[in-house]
Design a protein around this ligand. Structure first.
Ligand code: SAH
Length: 211
């Protein structure tokens, strides 16, 4: 099995999906707000973990469809258990970009802390473009990026390959994937909400693109 899938299956089994949810939620909320979901929007979260953002999107778009996909079968199992009260949330296990997610095309695609794991970033961003409705948008948030020096030790700590790009590199990759970059910014959380000090002073890097 793929080493990234194995890592996150283990995290899902030991409760770390909910730990990530606590750490990522403040920045994820700011990014989701930028996607402007309406009642009937269709939404995809790539690398959804325990599915917390899919549940937010499902309640923001009660007449729409909110889909979460993840490489880790254990994460998808957690997400399904936690989403039983959410009829318009659905999940599928598989590797992006090879997986064919249900419900395309989407008005909005979201991804938090995932895209640097993808071995072929160019292919992934081209696939995001294909899955978006014309005018739809994609918010990609990463904490592992060149300007955040605190994150540089993560690949050796986690023991899996991760791609280190700076903000300009992410914007460039979006453009090469055929997406128009409409905003890029650091999402900084209030110091009292920050589960690590860098979340307040460096923040998460969000690149927002549209088709
Ligand atoms: N977005 C969640 C989880 C982030 S952890 C959150 O904010 O907490 C990264 C997630 O990406 C893991 O659940 C991992 O299994 C998933 N992932 C990594 N590579 C992937 C791929 N190629 N396709 C789909 N999911 C992937």
């Amino acid at each position: 099995m793929n080493e990234v899938a194995e890592l996150f299956d283990g995290w899902a089994r030991s409760g770390r999906a909910e730990g990530m949810e606590r750490g990522h939620a403040p920045a994820a909320r700011m990014a989701l707000d930028r996607l402007g979901l309406r009642d009937s929007s269709t939404f995809l979260d790539i690398g959804c973990g325990n599915g917390y953002v899919v549940r937010w999107a499902a309640s923001a778009a009660p007449l729409g469809r909110a889909v979460g996909i993840d490489l880790s079968g254990e994460m998808i199992a957690r997400a399904r258990i936690l989403s039983t009260g959410c009829p318009n949330a659905e999940f599928a296990a598989g590797s992006f970009p090879e997986i064919d997610p249900p419900g395309a095309p989407y008005d909005a695609i979201f991804s938090m802390e995932v895209f640097y794991y993808l071995p072929d970033l160019g292919a992934a961003l081209r696939r995001v473009r294909e899955l978006l409705r014309p005018g739809g948008s994609f918010a990609c948030v990463v904490d592992y990026y060149a300007e955040n020096a605190e994150s540089h030790s993560w690949p050796s700590e986690l023991g899996v390959p991760m791609k280190l790009l700076d903000a300009a590199g992410w914007a460039d990759a979006f453009r090469r994937g055929g997406l128009t970059v409409i905003d890029q910014r650091r999402l900084r959380v209030r110091p009292e909400e920050a589960t690590a000090a860098w979340k307040a002073y460096e923040g998460s890097l969000m690149t927002l693109g549209c088709r």
